[in-house]
Design a protein. Sequence first.
Length: 751
Amino acid sequence: MRITFKLIVSLIVVVVFVALVSAWFNVRQERIKLYDEVRAQSALLAESFKESIRHNLETKNRAGLQKLADKFQNQKKLEGVAVYDSAGSLISGSSSLPPELLARVPEINALIAGGDGSDRPYALGSKKIYLYPLALTFNENEKARIVLFTDISYIDYDLFKIWKRTLIRLLAQMILISLVTLFVIRWNLVDPVIQLADWMKKLRVGEADGHMPQLKGDIFAPLAREATTLASNLRAARRAAQNEARLRQNGESLWTPERLKEHIKSKMDGRPLFVVSNREPYMHIKEGKDIRTIVPAGGLVTALDPIMKAAGGTWVAHGSGEADFEVTDADNRIKVPPEEPAYNLRRVPLTKEEEDGYYYGFSNEGIWPLCHIAHVRPTFRKEDWQYYYDVNKKFAETVLEEIADVKEPCVLIQDYHFTLLPSMIKAVRPDARVAVFWHIPWPNPETFGICPWQKELVLGLLGADLIGFHTQFFCNNFLDTVDRTMESRINWEHFSVQKEGHITMVKPFPISVDFQQPDKEVKALGRKPDPKTVIKELGLRAEYIGVGVDRIDYTKGILERVKAVERFLEKHPEYQGKFTLMQLGAPSRTHIPQYHRFLAELHAEVDRINWRFKAKDWKAIVFLEKHHDHKTITKFYKIADTCLVTSLHDGMNLVAKEFVAARDDNSGVLILSRFAGASREMKDALIVNPYDIEQMADAIYYSLTMPKEEITERMTRMRQDLHENNIYKWAANLTGELMKLRMDEFKLPVA
Ligand code: F6P
């Protein structure tokens, strides 16, 4: 209140000062103007009867003079006229003029002495009289003076009116200013501060969630953002403390970000962690003139970002966003996540040719279909291989730069884009502990054997100290492949390969998700998502919702999924108009013809099915083709009755785990392909063969008619398992295993 008062008083003082000064100037100008008018009128009048007076003086016609003086009395403001001789004695004057005025000898004398131009006002009782003198010569050398008496009391009255008007206006302005100031301060400062303080208090006593209510005005928007981040940190810290306390109480050993941080600190002796992947965790794109940060779709980022947030360190990745290098420093580094920087992202620039050959070509037209049994022929081109080699070299140089000052650095390489990287790094830094995690399936040796560069790929990988796959089955396939490809010593008991003195351990590490993440996303949404509202927002209606979330990729079984929806609606027409599949699809690798064709086929199939079952306000399939953020995806997980993960072949598939993590109400049914790595762990899902459309249609039906208790039991078991086997445990196992290895004399295996 004091600040409001001070502000109002200061504003009023300034306004009053300005208004008074300007009024003073106005009044002054007005006075000058009015006096000029009186003077001009008096001069005009005096001149007009000057000759008649002269004539009467010369003819000594006193009666004529008196008549003349009387003729000009009481005209408008003119009180009268008088004629004086050169000594100041009255010769003749208007009868209306009071004698005391006519006899004001000193003033008249002063006028006469002053000559023309010595006009001035004099006070006469309550009146103010203006005396205007005009010199007159008659009979050649005799002098006389005509004096005009004008009542100018009205001038003071006019000026008073100006002052009065100014003061009234001033008063109105002061009231207006006070009201506007009060309103502005109240709306923009007082109310938001009260709201903020109220929310903070509730937060402190645990009555509010981490989401700040919409503050009035926008002055506090930056503060609100910071406060929201602080609040979520506070909540996370509280949750972690509660968790820790609970774990201590139960004697459990759940992996949390805090525990992972401690684990990495102690295992790695304070050294930073280095992660390398093709896909970057944060991408900067242009939206008009603005630059926006997005989180790319895909399991790798979902899994590794929480680890890096917890552990810190440096993530080296391809800078593929169009605005990526506009925000990095001179060394292509940037701290991420943007809202709460926790680790460094080092971006590697690639030319268009490099990206074409290494990423689209060798990695995604070659290795990707080679490792996924989805009946798409791999294409291997010599030029692509050359680019693949060169880009691996480029990344190796970048990583070597990053680890230059770190003794025995720990490097985690991700995926099939970098099979050559482990050997390239080890050749220069044998002290580095290098692990590779292979996020996709590893096929059997016969399948892998069709790759013309299979030996180089395997040798490159064997440069690592540790190779991780999602499942034991993929580990077996890898060791079989090594066995068939080259001379080496394979230890089937310990799952390791010895090649020219270097030992590589091969182990399964089933990747997972941050179990708490959906909870955070829902908090960020502000309220619990409601199925009816979400569907209504799309202009539709539905009673049952199935959800599919994928990168648009031919390995994900999306075509088979929509066909299964069609078959389900055919078999159970009572669900027509009631069941909708919400398919969220992030466009991916769109420059590859196979992906183009796949997308076109998917659109055609969705259109065909929707047309077949066409009904007012309802669709069998809603295909939301765009990049969705985690918040939106979580919203769809939350409202779904069933989630369909129908990959034809998949390393793990984290959508299955994200869906389970999101269902804190222990409801919802997961339909999961037996060809996704996740099916090895998530036994409580409805496991299906995605090629068997009939079976999938039945699974959809069962997911919608399953008894509630069974749904709860299945989901509860999956959630318990996921809670324990979360992404932090995965990271702890992988880094723990890597740090445990004995670093023997290293010799680079030669092809
Ligand atoms: O899981 C395999 C993988 O290639 C990951 O490396 C990546 O996160 C995801 O698929 C998405 O693919 P891309 O990076 O080619 O968009």
